[in-house]
Design a protein around this ligand. Structure first.
Ligand SMILES: [Zn+2]
Length: 192
């Protein structure tokens, strides 16, 4: 089985290097992204949306030009293990999800996916074998059209910049005054 231009084992190595470990979710995500690309018209400029922030975004970032940083990849949390690639101008695309109804012959994938086994009890060798055997067969793919509100939201102009009166740092003025960190919404207990 090929994932993008790589064969399966090569892709698994890339997952380990990029993601930090061989996460089953990134391996599955690789098959999903590959499947979606193959079902899009060739040569279109596509953007991506993941329905979970777990694992799937890394598969998109490994296999496409879409990243969180360049804004071509967005996460909209529905909690579903699904990714969609869509034409960035028309919003027409393909959505792929890991289909729990198709896992009967793949007990190790099922146990991982439905969290029926603790992580330490998972058998990575068996899991990878099952992914290799399953290929695209455990996923369901269907056409989608992105909502106008979602596409419009992506085009929103960037906010002006203001210097925060409290911390003196530049920040997006649209976030209120003073900056969110100085209103106690930052991630740190000690910042200075
Ligand atoms: Zn501030």
């Amino acid at each position: 089985m090929k994932i993008g231009t790589k064969d399966f084992d090569e892709f698994v190595k890339e997952v380990q290097a990029f993601h930090g470990n061989i996460a089953p979710g990134v391996v599955a995500g690789g098959i999903m992204v590959d499947l979606a690309i193959k079902h899009l018209p060739p040569g279109i400029l596509f953007d991506a949306v993941c329905e979970t922030g777990h694992c799937l975004p890394d598969a998109v970032q490994l296999l496409t030009p879409c990243t969180m940083g360049n804004g071509w990849l967005k996460v909209v949390e529905t909690g579903r293990f699904a990714v969609a690639l869509y034409d960035k101008y028309t919003g027409e695309g393909m959505r792929v999800f890991l289909d729990a109804a198709k896992l009967r012959d793949f007990p190790e994938i099922r146990a991982w996916f439905l969290r029926e086994k603790r992580k330490e009890d998972q058998d990575m060798g068996m899991l990878l074998d099952e992914f290799r055997r399953a290929g695209g067969g455990i996923f369901t793919i269907s056409p989608v059209r992105m909502s106008p509100a979602f596409l419009e939201g992506k085009k929103r102009k960037k906010s002006p910049i203001r210097i925060c009166a409290a911390c003196g740092e530049a920040y997006s003025a649209s976030l209120g005054n003073p900056c969110p960190a100085c209103r106690g919404e930052g991630p740190y207990v000690v910042e200075h």
